[in-house]
Ligand binder design. Sequence first.
Ligand SMILES: Nc1ncnc2c1ncn2[C@@H]1O[C@H](COP(=O)(O)OP(=O)(O)OP(=O)(O)O)[C@@H](O)[C@H]1O
Ligand code: SF4
Ligand SMILES: [Mg+2]
Length: 385
Amino acid sequence: MTATAENTQATSSDEHPVLVDVKGVKVHFPIKKGVIFDKTVGHVYAVDGVDLQIRQGETYGLVGESGCGKSTLGRAILNLEPPTEGSVEFEGVDIASLKGEELRRKRKDIQMVFQDPMGSLDPRQSVESLLLEGMKAHGLAKDQKQASARLRELLKAVGLPAAALKKYPHEFSGGQRQRIGIARALSVDPKLIVADEPVSALDVSVQAQVINLLEQLQDEFDLTYLVVAHDLAVVRHISDRIGVMYLGALVEEAAADDIYTKPLHPYTRALMSAVPVPDPVIEDRRERILLQGDLPSPANPPKGCRFHTRCPWRQETKCDTERPQLRTLDIAGVPASHRVACHWAEQIESGELEMHTVTAQITSQSDLSEGGDDFLGPASVQEAL
Ligand SMILES: Nc1ncnc2c1ncn2[C@@H]1O[C@H](COP(=O)(O)OP(=O)(O)OP(=O)(O)O)[C@@H](O)[C@H]1O
Ligand code: SF4
Ligand SMILES: [Mg+2]
């Protein structure tokens, strides 16, 4: 589905069956220390309690700062990263419960498109061999005539000539390589494609072509997408619904248009306030919410609301002690599909609570040194996006 009439599509997609059901998923990576004994000294709480559903035929966009757990969640949905807790059901079946042939068959239905097409394509394999690999593994290339017809069909679908079959990845431009990556994902006739930053390595002009291609293919091949991206414009264009992640959890989820026109979580408000508006008059007048302080380490996430160390609406009660759940809001005109994880979302929206300045807080240095610098996020939302 395209995002040209997001609200209508979101409504109609509500009637579509749930394809992916993520239930309370946590992915915690142990932090090991010691030369002789591999002692676990802590955990990186990369994904820390996510519930979301992706309906058949929709595009679900996942956004958030670098290190908030988007890729890890995508990998958990593919079962490449087994959840520490919780489950991922695909067509009603818990993927982790599958083994052998059943798991192999299910894997065929869920494919991935990667950020770096060069890194994900073996440079020693021709395009033909790259495309045939998955087809052979899933018994889709038994008849040679049918297989070569399918290869030509795949190339045509992604806008490449049949002559590309005999070439190697280095002979193509970045955009063409991403088209090969997409053809490879399509080759096994999947139901869900998880696209992790599918265009962020490409030139801006090529990005639009690849995004348009993904949209066309969705209708043609009856696909469902999970698109992970840090570029809010890309996600808005392609998504029916959007989930905003912060430190391992969803803080807001709504139809794409609703997230952009009426962000209700303080973090989403800050993200959206950083997106430039094409109209110079509105651009000059609009309010910017500049977040203070670093993104805390996922090895030492703040207690209570994870966003409280940077939130301009933080309150003395609840914010530091109670972790808010994703919930529907009691605000007229806000649909039940728009869910927000903030104790005070209603009062912030009504203006009862006003923004205040935030004094930057430093998370425990001992925890940071255990996790290492790798676990630090960018200094600000602007830097990240
Ligand atoms: N295999 C791993 N072992 C330990 N920590 C990991 C592992 N994979 C990811 N992490 C950590 O988990 C956190 C979430 O990482 P993830 O790659 O999911 O974030 P992301 O939102 O995709 O970021 P980006 O936008 O930079 O791609 C980060 O702190 C990362 O360093
Ligand atoms: S719960 Fe409190 S700290 Fe968290 S986003 Fe809402 S107001 Fe801010
Ligand atoms: Mg990532």
